[in-house]
Ligand binder design. Structure first.
Ligand code: F6P
Length: 357
């Protein structure tokens, strides 16, 4: 790595050195970074310019669109459509892929993004983020929706921005996961967290426990064992965190380890999970794996899931490798009938449920 402050551009020159598409991929990532700076500026204005307001409509998932959702979406499109680097884009905010202007040359990539993840938190001034995934466009013609449906393992780059006290960009081009902090005065992303490694073991989990009664037994078992702490089979106390803004929860996992779960649940049997595969789960799974962590649906490596539709949902369990492997094992044991359902030591002999039966 070159000496001195390593800016994103310098870093990309070094990381992509020798790659045939070095200039194009670096160019697209710099365009994405420019969009992120603009979104960071808009987010930092808070309620001053009305961005916290309801935009008056719902997105394709039936979620209320905030003005900041739409602004972030527009900023991503405007920064990335003109460079001749993308052939098409897809966003959480659009039911169908977004074409590029007719007078612009088609580029070699497809860009998929969630422009403002966790935006229901915006009015509370909680950290939100942008998640992106870069795929190769498989041919020279205009892309069809089917061209986007590539498993996460085929991503050429992925990452997220977090708009917190500092704005950070965390990305991978398949050679480790690296974090950059926005130097607002200068306008540069500076490499501050090279080669992030997620500890393999951890004692922290993140899950929305209000859904507990809808979870599958293997997830109930894992969380019950964590909650039992030092008095249970794990033999140590666990901590729980839930920010309800995926990028913020994931960023914590990258910085100090832990497990993040939005597993399959039966709250709405029509949905196999809450998070979206193509612009939430897949890019974050690549970032996590490249940082030494693991990412699964519980039954399959997340990066191997082949999307069937652009806005498909998927169960997500990712973070510290040994904990994720344990949860995957609990799913396998449940599926083959060898699991050991958890009974709290407090209730083993006189279960509250049994007492009432
Ligand atoms: O998918 C959007 C999202 O806001 C994620 O960022 C976050 O992890 C999750 O939904 C929060 O879900 P819940 O509202 O169930 O806590």
């Amino acid at each position: 790595m070159r000496s001195g402050r390593t800016t994103l551009s310098k870093f990309l020159i070094d990381q992509l050195h020798g790659q045939t598409d070095q200039g194009q991929l670096a160019g697209l990532l710099v365009d994405i970074a420019a969009a992120i700076k603009a979104i960071a500026a808009a987010t930092a204005k808070g309620a001053l310019e009305g961005g916290h307001g309801y935009a008056g409509g719902d997105n394709v998932h039936g979620e209320r669109q905030m003005q900041l959702d739409l602004l972030a979406d527009t900023l991503m499109i405007e920064h990335c459509e003109w460079g001749g680097l993308v052939a098409g884009m897809a966003s959480e905010e659009h039911a169908q892929p977004i074409g590029i202007p007719p007078d612009v040359q088609r580029g070699p990539y497809l860009l998929v993004f969630d422009p403002l993840d966790g935006s229901s938190n915006v009015a509370m001034n909680v950290a939100v983020g942008t998640i992106f995934s870069v795929l190769r466009h498989p041919h020279a013609d205009a892309p069809t929706p089917a061209d986007f449906l590539q498993p996460g393992a085929q991503q050429v780059a992925a990452g997220y921005a977090i708009y917190g006290p500092a704005t950070m960009l965390v990305l991978t081009v398949g050679k480790g996961t690296h974090g950059f902090t926005l130097d607002r005065e200068v306008g540069n992303f500076v490499l501050t967290h090279p080669d992030i490694r997620i500890p393999e073991d951890s004692s922290e989990f993140a899950i929305n426990t209000s859904n507990e009664r809808f979870w599958e037994p293997p997830v109930q078992r894992y969380v019950a064992e964590c909650k039992a702490g030092a008095s249970g089979i794990r033999g140590r106390d666990f901590n729980m965190r839930w920010i309800a803004s995926m990028v913020a929860d994931i960023h914590r996992v990258l910085m100090r380890g832990g497990v993040f779960m939005y597993p399959r649940d039966y709250k709405d049997p029509g949905k196999p999970g809450r998070l979206r595969l193509m612009y939430e789960a897949s890019p974050i799974a690549l970032v996590v794996e490249q940082a030494g962590g693991a990412a699964t649906t519980g039954r399959q490596r997340l990066l191997d899931v082949r999307p069937e539709s652009l806005h498909q949902r998927v169960p997500v369990i990712l973070g510290s490798r040994h904990e994720v492997e344990r949860i995957a094992r609990y799913h396998a044991e449940y599926d083959n009938g060898t699991d050991k359902p958890y009974f709290s030591p407090l209730f083993r002999d006189r279960s509250l449920y049994r007492a009432q039966a």
